[in-house]
Ligand binder design. Structure first.
Ligand code: NAI
Length: 284
């Protein structure tokens, strides 16, 4: 099945990037969020990112117009057309919230439509338990979506070969590199990345060094393009905490316990870039 009609749900950090990449590759996208203000902000972000591509001579004005004309904004789930072929969910990293959404969608949308989740860590098998398990898959884009080449494609316990192949082909059409992953907590990327970020937070918590020195060591000593604390701020500390909790619960292993400083910062609303401050300040 060639995918040409997609709905992306959640217009935050990831959802706007996913809608952008689909639309730029001439796929019709309905971008949904329950908050109209966030939808407007998402469209502004997409427009700014397209302008940046034009400045770098990677896109022309016609391609920008075509991309924007492929995107429709919507707040109401019941407006999703019944012939939608793929729904990509990119809402808050919370299992119960995602389950409630998928259960609602399952009743609204034709059974041939593939449901994909952009979850960073939650089990695809559990998310698909009560709705179309054969037509359910993980499609884990990386942030920022228009730039990063990788998409982890996660097979739930019952994901069919046909669904897997359709999503792999779509990923290649988006000029991204798919990697096949089986369904275990954190998949590949976050199982390796998040414990490193959590350890960097422990290093700060125990007073071993300052936040900027911890990042300098990983940038200049290990050749990472970005330090782990800057990366945590970029991802969002709430998302980092949610992923550590999934790893901790999923493996029942204390090595994945989230650092108390990470928990405290999330409780204080210090979520990183999106809230204006995290390990570093973004207000200036
Ligand atoms: P975000 O907090 O920036 O955006 C989430 C959006 O979903 C918000 O705009 C919110 O209004 C909307 N939303 C929440 N519940 C909704 C519902 N029931 N119906 C419609 N809209 C709803 O979150 P972000 O960072 O974009 O993460 C989204 C998903 O992508 C999560 O599962 C996260 O783990 C995953 N992810 C995040 C990455 C990152 O670097 N932030 C990287 C890769 C995956």
């Amino acid at each position: 099945m060639e995918i040409n009609k997609v709905c992306v749900i959640g217009a935050g950090t990831m959802g706007n990037g996913i809608a952008h990449v689909l639309a730029q590759n001439n796929i019709k996208v309905i971008l949904i969020d329950m908050d109209k203000k966030l939808l407007d902000k998402a469209l502004e972000t997409i427009t700014n990112n397209l302008d940046r591509l034009i400045k770098k001579d990677l896109l022309n004005d016609d391609a920008k117009k075509l991309t924007l004309s492929n995107i429709t904004l919507e707040t109401d789930l019941s407006k999703i057309p019944n012939d939608t072929q793929l729904i990509i969910e990119a809402i808050t990293e919370n299992k119960d919230v995602k389950l409630a959404l998928f259960n609602k969608l399952d009743k609204l949308i034709n059974q041939d439509c593939i449901f994909a989740s952009n979850t960073s860590s939650i089990s695809i098998t559990e998310l698909s338990k009560n709705c179309r398990p054969n037509n359910f898959i993980g499609m884990h884009f990386m942030n920022p979506v228009p730039i990063m080449k990788l998409v982890e494609i996660i097979r739930g316990f019952s994901t069919s070969q046909e669904t897997y192949q359709t999503i792999k082909t779509l990923t290649e059409r988006l000029k991204k590199t798919p990697v096949e992953v089986f369904d275990y907590p954190g998949f590949i990327s976050n199982r390796i990345l998040m414990p490193m970020i959590n350890e960097a937070i422990f290093t700060l918590y125990e007073g071993v060094a300052s936040a900027s020195d911890i990042d300098t060591v990983m940038k200049l000593g290990m050749n990472h393009p970005m330090g782990p604390l800057t990366l945590a701020d970029f991802i969002g500390l709430d998302v980092c905490l949610a992923i550590m909790n999934v790893l901790y619960d999923g493996f029942n292993d204390s090595k994945y316990r989230p650092c108390p400083l990470l928990k405290k910062m999330v409780a204080a609303g210090k979520l990183g870039r999106k809230s204006g401050s995290g390990f570093f300040d973004y207000t200036k």
